[in-house]
Structure formats: structure tokens, C-alpha cells
Design a protein around this ligand. Structure first.
Ligand SMILES: [Zn+2]
Length: 561
């Protein structure tokens, strides 16, 4: 079935209109501007004849309000600072000796972390990073605070989070939130601070933070374009933003709006439905909206959803190169065909999905998960988002950072993917390539950790799965309709192993990434590890090994059924 292609003259003005409206709305979840944006999205869809509505989810929000750095003995010394979502709220300020962690970005062994913990106790640590796991260690070590010096030269200060909990916390998770204030300064101010510290090794610092922690009912627009079968594809983008966030993520919201109108206006009925959701809680609730959706719609997702495509920050100025993040189960021919059809070239690279970006569905049985990214020819900022632009997560993420031609390119690429997924009975699955990738990742992991953590049984089980999965794949290629349900389930089982270390109803901590997260933190050498940590790692290893074996047995049983 061939669909009508998307019409630029029709869709781009609507998308541009949305960008201009959203560029005047501060859209942090819980704010009136965000609610206004959600209502506007629904009314725009309804004006186009779509049956859109709002869902409402309560979220636990952490809004960073202010961060401050002072040198008590030199009151004239000044610099700008911002705090982080889920930093501790310390408006009265904390004082402490400065400690510069010059190798904060390097890996450390357990024994090195132990001696580091002695050094940072009671100190205000200055470091070149502020990742959640680092903040967790600082907290456990009793550090007084953290000053994160941004790693690239732009003067603008970026918003970020140090919340380690994925989505809304449960009572036990609540203890995980940092109890120390965290601020960020730009590189220039950071260098000035370090120069001061060099002159005055006993330098005392004071940092203060103000945050607003609150629970709010947040709206999420949703629209369904039905197909002839109950199966559907989930297309999503977060509509909440830091500040007016035009490239992160009004452009993604506009792309999703265009896809809703485009597929709704096709004369023929689609084979699969298209469900589009605009998430809240991405920024100040650590993916709270998508996690709430997984918690509340798990059965529907498990039964009927075949793919999740997350759209975050398309259409960015200078972002000429397309890169893709995919779970590994997607056929590269399928992924690249859309990119080639629009740009004449395949994606610059296809890499596995990292931890982040509303990837909240590993326990929901979906076989396909992928996300479009883009980068400039030369990257000068450490920004991981907004197409590599320095303005990412700052007040400068304004309308002038959009390139409408690039946004249209990105929209067309999504239209190609969706057309295939919504009309072709056979899904673009690459089960054997995925299994092969898993075996490689496991081999890399085995060579990186102590041989005492013996993963050979898991490697053998993966190897034994090869012929069984090959047989199912061959049957599916001949008769997709009969064998696709089993194949989807088998792949979803492998995703649980590759992307998660918990059961279907829980979420890994936000920093627990990499292949086989359950095995990621195991040590390279016993001699570098304290006895108690070794015992804890061994315990984790046993449980995760048995989880892996059990998952692989299930996958093999599904393949044989
Ligand atoms: Zn984003």
C-alpha cells in the first residue's frame, strides 16, 4: 500500500505556527505555560478533525530555582550558578573547604572510591561532572556539596537533573534523592575558581540552592489514528521543556503534530494504528510522564504496541548529520531506507540506545524502540542534546535555533518509517543480528570484569539460542502473520536482558545503562575491591546470572512454541 507523501506547503506552516506559539511559553511541567501548551496541542489536533484528548497524571516535580556560589573570605568574588533538578534544597547555604576532584571523569576501583570518600567528606567538591551516580557517591561519602564545572566553553549555563530515580519514586526510592546541594558553573568561572584554589589551598566555599519540590497534576495530549487491527505504533515526544525550549522539544512536538495530521488525512485505512503522546515530566520529573504511561497502560502496550519511536530535538540549526539510536532489533535496511529516501545517504551511524530519553518501555513487551538524533559536522559543545548545539537546556533555546529545512527533512524521515510500520504486515525485525550484537556485548563485558564472575553459562545459553531463533526467524520470513507474535515476544525477552536488571514492573536507576545493566558494576579485580563490596557484588552477580538464564530459557521456549 502506497500512501500520499507528506505535503510541505500544508504541514510546515502548521508546524511553524506551533513553534512560534511554544516559543513564548515556559513549559516546565507543573507550570501554567505547560498546561497551556498541552491544551493548545489538543485544540490544534481537533481543528484538523482528530479526536485528541488530554490524559492527566500526578507527578513529583523538582524545579530548580536558584544556585549560588560565594567565597566567604572574598565577598567581592562573584559568579553565576544554577542548581540541578533533584539537588537538595539548601537556601541557607552550606560552607566547606574546597576539594578539586581532578579525575572525576575517570573510572575508579572500589578501593580508590573508598580513599576518595575519605578525602571528600565534609568538603565542597569541584568536579568536571555531575552525573547522578557521582552525586550518589558524594552523598554516601558525606560531601557537603558539589560544584560541577561545565566541560565546554559556552558561557550559558545548562539545566540538568541529578535525580537517580526513573519516573515517580516509591517510598523506598525516596531515600535515593541527593541530600547535598549541587550547582553548576560555566567553564570560565570554573577555571577562575580553580585558580583561586591553587593560590589558596585551604579555600572555603559557600553554596546555596533553592528548589521547589511539589506534586502536580500534569496533562498529556494523546491522539489515536486507528488501524484495521488492534496493533499500534507509539510515537512520542516530551512537550515539557526547560524554559521555552524550542529545539528541545517544540520541534519534536511539531513533528508529531505533522505526523498526526498526515496519517489522519490518508484516504485509505492503515493496517496498524498510530498513537501519539506528548509527554510531561521529562525534565523535572525524570521521565515521569512516560513512566506513568507504562505503569497505567502496561497491558495495552504488551498486547498491542509494536514499536516506540521517541522524537526529541529534530530540526536544529547546523544539525546536518543524521544519527540513529536503536535497540538493535531493528533492521538497518529499514532504518536507513527512510534516511536515504530523504537525504540520499544512510545515517552517519546507528548506535544502541543509551539510558535516557523516555525509554520507559523495556518491561512492556515492545520489540522495536528507536529514536532519531542529529549532530553538526563539527561539535564544539558538550551538549548531549538539541543536535549538539550549545543552547541545549538554556534560556537561549529560542526560535532562531530552528532550521525549518532540517525539520522538514526529519519529518519526512519519520513519515517513511511510520508508513512502513503502519502498512506492512511484517515488522522490520532483525532478530539474528540482534542476538549477534548481544553476544558481542557480552564478550566485551566478560573481558572487562573479573573471571570470578563467571558469565560463561549465560554466553552458552545465548549461543544455544542461535539455532532456535534462526528456525523461528526462517518460519517468520515465510509466513510473518503466523510467526510474528512469537518473534515479538522472543525479542522483547532479549530486551529485558539487554536493557534492564529488574522485573517488568520496575525501572532501573537512571544511570544504570550499558549492555546487561545487571552485570555492569561488577569489578575487574578482587584485589582492587574491599571484602564487603566483593560480597555484595557476588550476591548481585548470582541473582543477575540466574535472572539472565531464566529469561533466556523463556526466550528459547517461546521460539520453540
Ligand atoms: Zn529533550
Amino acid at each position: 500500500m502506497l500512501l500520499r507523501p507528506p505535503v510541505r506547503e500544508h504541514l510546515l506552516p502548521l508546524m511553524d505556527g506551533l513553534l512560534r506559539e511554544f516559543s513564548t511559553l515556559h513549559r516546565l511541567s507543573g507550570c501554567e505555560g505547560a498546561e497551556q501548551a498541552a491544551r493548545r496541542m489538543v485544540s490544534l489536533l481537533q481543528e484538523q478533525g482528530l479526536d485528541a484528548r488530554l490524559m492527566h497524571c500526578p507527578l513529583y516535580l523538582s524545579d530548580p530555582l536558584a544556585g549560588r556560589l560565594r567565597l566567604p573570605e572574598q565577598p567581592q568574588w562573584q559568579c553565576d550558578a544554577k542548581t540541578r533538578s533533584f539537588s537538595a534544597h539548601c537556601p541557607q547555604g552550606v560552607e566547606g573547604r574546597a576539594y578539586y576532584d581532578a579525575v572525576a571523569c575517570e573510572p575508579r576501583t572500589d578501593l580508590e572510591w573508598r580513599s576518595w570518600a575519605q578525602d571528600v567528606r565534609g568538603k565542597i567538591v569541584i568536579a568536571g561532572q555531575g552525573f547522578e551516580d557521582y552525586v550518589q557517591r558524594l552523598c554516601a561519602a558525606g560531601a557537603a556539596g558539589l560544584i560541577h564545572i561545565w566541560g565546554s566553553a559556552e558561557t550559558a549555563l545548562h539545566e540538568e537533573t541529578v535525580g537517580p530515580v526513573w519516573g515517580t519514586p516509591e517510598p523506598d526510592d525516596f531515600l535515593r534523592y541527593p541530600r547535598l546541594p549541587v550547582i553548576c558553573v560555566n567553564q570560565q568561572d570554573g577555571q577562575r575558581l580553580l585558580a583561586q584554589l591553587q593560590r589558596e589551598p585551604l579555600l572555603v566555599l559557600e553554596i546555596a540552592t533553592e528548589l521547589n519540590f511539589h506534586v502536580a497534576e500534569c496533562s498529556m495530549p494523546v491522539v489515536d489514528i486507528p488501524g484495521t487491527t488492534p496493533e499500534f505504533v507509539l510515537l512520542s515526544s516530551h512537550y515539557d521543556a526547560w524554559h521555552e525550549g524550542v529545539t528541545d522539544n517544540a520541534t519534536g512536538n511539531a513533528l508529531c503534530l505533522a505526523m498526526a495530521i498526515h496519517f489522519h488525512q490518508q484516504p485509505q485505512t492503515l493496517l496498524r494504528g498510530l498513537r501519539i503522546i506528548w509527554w510531561s515530566g521529562h525534565s523535572n520529573a525524570r521521565y515521569g510522564g512516560s513512566t506513568w504511561y507504562a505503569d497505567n497502560y502496561r497491558q495495552q502496550l504488551k498486547q498491542h504496541c509494536v514499536a516506540h519511536i521517541n522524537v526529541d530535538s529534530p530540526g536544529c540549526l547546523d544539525a546536518v548529520d543524521v544519527v540513529l539510536n536503536a535497540s538493535g532489533a531493528e533492521s538497518h535496511v529499514f532504518l536507513n531506507a527512510a534516511v536515504e529516501a530523504v537525504t540520499g545517504e544512510p545515517a552517519r551511524r546507528i548506535t544502541t540506545l543509551g539510558k535516557g530519553g523516555d525509554q520507559s518501555f523495556w518491561g512492556c513487551g515492545l520489540p522495536l524502540h528507536f529514536a532519531f538524533r542529529e549532530v553538526p559536522l563539527e561539535k564544539t559543545s558538550q551538549s548531549p542534546g538539541s543536535g549538539g548545539g550549545w543552547w541545549w537546556h538554556t534560556e537561549a533555546d529560542t526560535y532562531d535555533k530552528v532550521d525549518l529545512n532540517i525539520l522538514w527533512r526529519d519529518t519526512q524521515i519519520h513519515a517513511h518509517w511510520l508508513e512502513s510500520l503502519l502498512t506492512q504486515p511484517a515488522l522490520p525485525l532483525a532478530p539474528l543480528a540482534y542476538l549477534n550484537g548481544l553476544q558481542q556485548s557480552l564478550a566485551e563485558l566478560i573481558s572487562a570484569i573479573s573471571p570470578e564472575f563467571d558469565l560463561r553459562l549465560v554466553a552458552e545459553k545465548l549461543q544455544q539460542l542461535q539455532p532456535v531463533l534462526a528456525e523461528l526467524t526462517a518460519k517468520w520470513q515465510k509466513d510473518p502473520m503466523t510467526w510474528q507474535p512469537q518473534l515479538k515476544q522472543a525479542i522483547a525477552g532479549l530486551h529485558r536482558l539487554r536493557y534492564s536488571s529488574v522485573d517488568d514492573f520496575h525501572y532501573d536507576l537512571s544511570y544504570r545503562g550499558g549492555a546487561f545493566p545487571g552485570f555492569q558494576e561488577l569489578a575487574a579485580q578482587r584485589g582492587e575491591t574491599s571484602p564487603e563490596m566483593w560480597l555484595m557484588m557476588t550476591t548481585r552477580f548470582c541473582r543477575q546470572r540466574d535472572r539472565a538464564l531464566s529469561l533466556l530459557e523463556n526466550v528459547a521456549a517461546i521460539c520453540r512454541s
